[in-house]
Design a protein around this ligand. Sequence first.
Ligand SMILES: O=P(O)(O)OC[C@H]1O[C@@H](O)[C@H](O)[C@@H](O)[C@@H]1O
Length: 715
Amino acid sequence: MDRLTLRWFARDLDMRGNLVANALADSLTDAETRGRKLQAIFDRAVQDERLVAIGWCSPSGQVLRRTARFPKDLECSHAKEVAADRVATMNIEGGSVHVSFHPIVGEAGAAGDLVLMHDLSFIERRSQDTRKYLIILIATLGGAIALVTVIVAQLSWRGWVSGAHALLRGEGLLKPMLPPSPELAPLAADLRERLRDLEDEYRRMPRSDEGWSAERLQSLLRTQLRGDEVIVVSNREPYIHEKQQDGSLVVRRPASGLVTAVEPVMRACSGTWIAHGSGSGDRAAVDRHDHVPLPPGEDEYQLRRLWLTEEQEQGYYYGFANEGLWPLCHVAHVRPVFREQDWEHYRNVNQLFADAVVAEARSEDPVVLVQDYHFALLPAMVRRKLPRATILTFWHIPWPNPESFGICPWRREILEGMLGSTILGFHTRYHCKNFIETVDRYLEARIEHEHSTITYGGEDTLVESYPISIEWPSPEEAREWPSPGQCRTELFERLNIPAGHRVAVGVDRFDYTKGILERLNAVERLLEKHPEWRDRFTFVQVAAPSRGALEEYRAFRERIERATARINERFGRPDAPVVRLLAQHHDHDQVMRLYRAADVCMVTSLHDGMNLVCKEFVAARDDERGVLVLSRFAGAAREMPEALVVNPYHVEETADALHQALTMPPAEQRERMASLRSTVHEYNVYRWAGRMLADAARLRLRQRVSDRVQRHSVA
Ligand SMILES: O=P(O)(O)OC[C@H]1O[C@@H](O)[C@H](O)[C@@H](O)[C@@H]1O
């Protein structure tokens, strides 16, 4: 036992000793008691478990009485000395004791001194017990504190970790059960900023754009879009059912660049395609929900057909879309016509299609791919009903400069409608730039040129270029093709082309933007300038009838027919006309055979978003022969500089290019064609869709993160 503890107890025992001494004082001063009963009183007193021994000293210092355990050899003077010490302890038989010395004074003066010895072993025991309890208490407290610390640390660490995980996954800051933690707010802000940086880095990064295929697109859909639902909206349907005279149905693919590009993507994505059912047999082919599985016999996706009245089709499709927006965007010197009634129909039909998107959607956030100028208002209409949808609008035709677009009476509504899109795609950067400048001119929007983003009405739209393309033929498909020689023989037989003629081809819809007239003028000029080609050259123009209900198109067709007649009269023979105008629909296989048979393919659009004919021609020429003459005003010219690029308005230049093409040595043809083929192979339609969908996936992730961040900061 340490001295400090001993001193505490010594003080207590001194007090106790004083009490005992006071209690005994009377007995000690009373002479009678002292005589007879003192020993008995002392013996009784030491029955107390603490008081061990008592000694009674005379005033002269002799021990007069003592109890049994009082040491026989202890003198009073020594006991007094011990008691004077601060701890006052000594060892006697049976253990250590505390000694106290109490002078007793009676009426007659000093009666003697009382020596009391108190047991110290209980102090030892108590002290040990106390120490034990203290240790247990401290250990328990320490354990409890450690446990609480661990639990708190675990909880907050888990909270942090799961919050950070959720942020990174874009799902939420915390598990729903846990209350939102304000400590994560700065982390969330940092993460958001970092995400934005990463996005920018990602966009600037040289990406591996190689090897895009249907499989890679499917895997992108599975991984980055987690199998989300895809809905396509277009005016033109991918397959048209026509009723034959005998009542049977035939299916055909329409002549449309849009369908050529989007159909293979849809086959890869599955999902639903919503389009206008325009064929005479379309109603007979659908189920009771107006659905039809496609492609026929393969059932890879489903088409939902929408029905329009004649007035609706007239106002929305022929009127506003094709007499208004088409010439407005193509700037091909045909005046756009804007009628109030057409606009009404356009708006109503956009709403009809938007409602169909909402009805077909199985989730609140589908990926909606809106195609083309027929649906400028639809993105905002869908956004109103499905605010969480990812809407990708692709504008397949050019976008003019702000001045040209400004003549549209409903320019504001159109821009607002398009800005309902999450992503707005054009074929080229140039069209993106025109669109952004148009918005800047006519709307109060925030434009971030660095990120190519427009913020309008609190919503962001990414404006990006995605050059469209074709599906590159598979080796199996190419193996089935007849050889170029066989294709050539068949063509010569079918059209009765004299042997030894060189053949140039053009394949278009009958449309004034395609530069068919300029092409014919170039053919005529070639024959004027180079008489050696007379009787040695045939030009085959496939012109699929298109929008024949419009006067502009009918007049255009007549102009082409007149030009054809004129050239044939000047340079052809009755049995061998120079220009063969095939004004009917040709299917994919027929067109491919024509490409393989030709020496030259002419694409002379006056203005074209992209143009896929030039890409199809290149894809068909696995013999690496044939020359492409390509208009500089087609979006494709930017990707295909190995073609003979011409200004179709410049007849002389185009005629010279045609001559150059007809006289190009085989080695040069091969060199140019090989390079063109590798470009188109690489930049195929899966890359077009893949880049768009990868951007959509990135923005969906950002949307999820920012939704959570917002929810978090509100809470
Ligand atoms: O009017 P149609 O026959 O459906 O053709 C429209 C399509 O024609 C194509 O030439 C255009 O590239 C597409 O953008 C457009 O959608």
